[in-house]
Design a protein around this ligand. Sequence first.
Ligand SMILES: Cc1ncc(COP(=O)(O)O)c(C=O)c1O
Length: 358
Amino acid sequence: MTGIEFNRRIEEIPIYPAASTYAFDGELVKLASNETPYPPHPQVLEAVEAQLRTLNRYPDPEKSLLRRSISDRTGVPPERVAVGNGSCEILLAAADAMLEPGAEVVYAWPAFSMYPQLAAMSGATAITVALNDAGEHDLEAMAAQVTAATRLVIVCNPNNPTATALPPAAIDAWVAELPRHVAVVIDEAYVEFSTLQDPDDSLDLLERHPNLVLLRTFSKVYGLCGLRAGYALCPEPFRLAVDRVRQPFSVNALAQAAAVEALNHQDEVERRVEQNVIERVHVESELAERGLETTESQANFSWVSLGDRDEDEIVDGLARQGVIVRAGVALGERGRLRVTYGTRSENDRFLAALDTLL
Ligand SMILES: Cc1ncc(COP(=O)(O)O)c(C=O)c1O
């Protein structure tokens, strides 16, 4: 015991569960964190290398070039673009800026494992709403939970971990019915992978709803999770608030440079999205042949129902063979696993390892 006293809220904050790994003598297949299996574009690497020579300088606290580049890509003015050290940082900053004891945050469950942290760290109350049987958000049930105390409503679309998505038209009609004092965050970390919409479709919603925030990331389809860069397309007061509660230099210079360059390679984004669809169809159909049901994936991963099989046995058995996936229990539901799509050979290693356990 050190005798040091900590804020009592610390105990409420869930600890991020590391994916299970075993000492494995060979190449691991990492399918637990919804990463892209493809390395960064060569020109992105060049941009990072060029930036290395300026590391004696602080990064641009305004993130001006990156905000302008995102603005050019999306048509949303730079004043309405907030950039973070991953989109997680923006979520945490939003909690800091908006939540407090007595305030409420509404989200569906299971959803992204970071959401419970928002209430826990701020002392606000988390109101969770069950997904429907298809693993989709029940928007009506969520709206019914909005009260005068609600500050934040989060919709993960496509949802992690269930991979399901709602079309922008459904979100549009729903947001219109919510009171304006509530900030509605649509977490679109996986939006590029959805076949229900073009990623640009939801941008129109920003015009119609002054309380809407679209949260996006360079971690998934852009493949830069190791550098940490994400952004919000948001009302200007939201950007000013999340900037105010963070240190000015949270987005490092390499991340800013890489993200700017990555935006120049939309052809690469399209190629990855196409490859993802091919791998999704492959993995889903192979799982179906094994009698394993999945929800309808609009992302780069599947949410697999294991029926009455022992989830721990399967997840640990895969890890022993060097294949790392996420256990459903770590994500809010037993009897499931979440597996990210890798390259074809990685996916086939997953399937072959699974065969030894069924
Ligand atoms: C739904 C969702 N939102 C946000 C993130 C966080 O992404 P970032 O790396 O931008 O912090 C993730 C990462 O897994 C995610 O699944």
